[in-house]
Design a protein around this ligand. Structure first.
Ligand code: GLA
Length: 733
């Protein structure tokens, strides 16, 4: 990994063993994108800027007859100066002008990487893991300094980028768009993959070809959302899971975002991503700085599994923090689907005790323990224990849970308030609400105004009281409604465009304070299931509740989609009751577990209510997961065959030394009397012999070329099989 600099040509070649990223001056100080892709020779100086135009409509040749900005591939394009594609940033100046022009001034290069103040970002463990380049550009009229940050990583096919803006003049100006990246590519022969859905069906992959015009996904909900995830892939038409070129971009941010691909009529592709510019206005006074969130740009020549594995490794090693980084995650039991809010200490202890008997390690008390919280009409905002339910408080309950031999975890939803709460009665001005308008409720609650430090302070102090007095080792941080009427009461009109982003900064600051004070706590983020599953959250909470949909069949799809952009160690996945709460579907306890293993694993039901036979299976499952969880959570993960396109689908994990692997194959609907359909395995050592389930002995190359079959009529399990069945194969070299 290195950065080769050609001083005279003002060219910078960032490279590692797999990728090259070359940028440099095109014309008159404008920084262009000269090459991004598979590693090329670092001595290559690039002279073709793709800026030479034929005859444009209403011809605009910006500097001379041979160069048009519109034809160039640019690094951080401005608005209003001859490039008619979407800009990467926009600045409204005091005189009303929005025209800017960034001119290259110089650069800095250093080992390692600096943090981004107030924002989540990837980090180095040692300086030798990465090198950072800062390109400094100035618009001398607006008195704007822009720094483009690029970090190239030694161990991953990844470039991380972000941008800072500084007012170096006297007059205030307003940033009205400040995206994190622009990637201009010289052709548009790509498919776009987005991950969309809704509550209970998050992150389904959708593929479509890019064509002239704009393709985009966004959120304006105040959180990243289950509707569109801030992760997208651009792939070549013939790229599949196992071969071909692709670029993935994760935004390390949890609020409103925009990801957009624009294909112009000259066959070029502009990809941009960052904070959604809709209703974003950020004033910058003299000397003030604004920093954008980071993007993680990953690249592969070897298919989508390779792209995902690259992202998984990077997030596990360079984004997730804390004592659970790269550590097996505790097997937990959560009471939500078992009791909802109707519980008391006795019923909770009974559920926990049974969990302990099964071998579970952590008990999590979900919603309903605080304020007047007996249903979802009241209590949010009042973070003191409801002693009617828990007479000895959280302190007492945690102690009793610990005495059972379990760790104790707690649910909170700190960004919200119910109108029926002491907090709201005392501070009606602490919620986001537009003057003289209805205060829209969602799940009977409003969103606290986290742009106000006093609100964050109040919630911090309340939570500190609870957490500091009890032995709590895990927190599930929920967020159950989107923002409406985004207006901060009491703030002047010209600052209202800052609120969506300030809200996120306030939320991140509360996480940071709690992590600093209680560094031993494992956080799991949640937002009505998986509505804030993004790279930003993983910096604070190493795992995220993937979906409220715990149905085994649905989870096969949701977790398959999630795996494209996020590591298996981050996927909150539990076995719940059958028939399932969300779908009414019945599945065996083993079929439900066979997908939950590919995640953090746990249970979300009252184990007192399962049959003796099932309880024995639960004990076996917990034992099994304890033995294999490092493999599931940190092994190399492969998508073998998609459940979105096939009746039979499969996934697998392989250990680093390739001596162990576990594959699970799912059969959605059973078709009688069909042939044996094999699924080819991946990632094994061709030369090793593997025992399959301790029986058959097969070479790695055979397993990868011929595969394993779901349907084998001789197997006793098959005779009783129906729909929504799974089968696990354990391979040992
Ligand atoms: C959300 C979460 C659930 C549960 C409930 C509690 O819906 O996704 O897991 O915690 O809130 O109200």
């Amino acid at each position: 990994m290195a950065i080769k600099i050609f001083e005279q040509e003002k060219q910078f070649h960032l490279y590692n063993s797999k990728i090259s990223y070359v940028i440099g001056e095109c014309r008159d100080g404008e920084i262009g994108q000269l090459y991004f892709g598979k590693r090329i020779n670092e001595n290559q100086i690039i002279y073709s800027y793709q800026g030479v135009a034929g005859r444009l409509d209403c011809d605009v040749k910006v500097y001379d007859e041979n160069y048009s900005k519109e034809m160039a591939c640019l690094e951080y394009p401005a608005f209003g100066n001859g490039d008619y594609r979407n800009s990467a940033y926009e600045v409204r100046q005091l005189n009303g002008s929005r025209v800017t022009n960034l001119v290259y001034q110089g650069y800095e290069v250093y080992e390692g990487k600096k943090p981004i103040p107030g924002l989540p970002a990837s980090y180095v463990n040692t300086n030798s893991e990465a090198i950072t380049l800062e390109i400094i550009c100035v618009d001398d009229v607006a008195k704007l300094e822009v720094r483009l940050f690029y970090t190239i990583w030694e161990n991953y096919s990844i470039i991380t980028r972000h941008v800072s803006f500084k007012n170096i003049g006297e007059d205030e100006f307003k940033l009205t768009k400040a995206l994190s990246c622009c990637i201009d590519l010289p052709d548009h022969d790509y498919d776009w993959i987005q991950f969309d859905g809704a509550w209970a069906r998050e992150r389904y992959p959708h593929v479509r070809p890019l064509d002239e015009g704009v393709t985009a996904v966004e959120s304006m909900r105040g959180h990243s959302s289950s509707n569109f995830n801030p992760f997208v892939i651009l792939k070549r038409k013939d790229t599949n899971e196992f071969q071909g070129e692709a670029i993935g971009v994760n935004l390390v941010y949890s609020g409103n975002f925009l990801a957009q691909a624009e294909v112009d009529t000259f066959d070029k592709l502009r990809f941009t991503m960052g904070i959604n510019p809709r209703w974003f206005v950020w004033p910058l006074k003299k000397e003030e700085v604004f920093e954008t969130p980071e993007v993680i740009i990953s690249y592969t020549k070897n298919g989508l599994n390779d792209l995902s594995q690259n992202i998984h490794g990077f997030m596990n090693n360079n984004l997730v923090r804390g004592p659970y980084k790269n550590k097996p995650r505790p097997i937990l039991l959560n009471n939500w689907e078992a009791t909802e809010m109707k519980f008391d200490e006795e019923s909770i202890l009974k559920i926990a005790k049974k969990g302990k008997d099964a071998g579970v390690e952590l008990f999590v008390l979900d919603d309903g323990w605080f304020g007047k919280r007996d249903d979802d009409f009241a209590g949010l905002g009042d973070w003191f224990v409801n002693t009617n339910k828990l007479p000895d408080g959280i302190t007492g309950l945690a102690k009793k849970i610990n005495e059972l031999g379990l760790d104790f975890g707690l649910w909170i939803e700190p960004e919200m308030v119910n109108p029926d709460s002491d907090l709201y009665r005392a501070h009606p001005d602490w919620v986001l609400a537009a003057p003289d308008r209805r205060r829209t409720l969602g799940r009977h609650q409003m969103v606290l105004d986290y742009s106000k430090p006093e609100v964050v302070d109040n919630i911090y102090n309340q939570l500190y009281e609870v957490i500091s007095k009890a032995n709590i080792s895990y927190i599930k941080w929920d967020m159950n409604r989107s923002i409406t009427e985004c207006f901060s009461q009491g703030l002047p009109a010209e600052q209202q465009g800052m609120i969506y982003h300030k809200y996120i900064l306030g939320m991140y600051s509360l996480y940071e304070r709690l992590i600093e004070k209680f560094p031993h706590i494992l956080f799991e983020s949640c937002a009505s299931g998986g509505a804030r599953f993004d790279a930003g959250m993983l910096y604070y909470a190493p795992q995220a509740w993937c979906s409220d949909d715990t149905d085994g069949h649905e989870r096969v799809k949701i977790q398959y989609g999630t795996s494209y952009g996020y590591p298996i160690s981050s996927v909150g996945a539990h076995v719940s009751a059958s028939p399932n709460m969300q779908t009414g579907r019945s599945m065996t306890i083993d079929d439900r577990a066979n997908i939950a293993y590919f995640g953090t694993f746990g249970y979300e039901l009252d184990l007192n209510k399962v049959s003796d036979e099932e309880f024995e299976r639960v004990k076996e499952q917990v034992k099994f997961m304890k033995e294999y969880r490092s493999l599931f959570q940190y092994g190399t993960f492969y998508r073998l065959q998609s459940p979105f396109e096939n009746n039979i689908s499969g996934i697998m994990v392989v250990s680093e030394d390739k001596k162990q692997a576990i594959a699970v194959i799912y059969n959605t609907l059973r078709t009688p009397n069909i042939g044996r359909e094999n699924i080819k395995l991946q990632g094994l050592d061709e030369t090793l012999v593997y025992s399959v389930d301790g029986k058959e002995k097969l070479y790695g190359d055979y397993l990868m070329e011929r595969g394993i079959g779901f349907i084998d009529a001789d197997e006793p399990w098959y005779k009783s099989a129906g729909d929504f069945q799974s089968r696990m194969f354990i391979l040992k070299a």
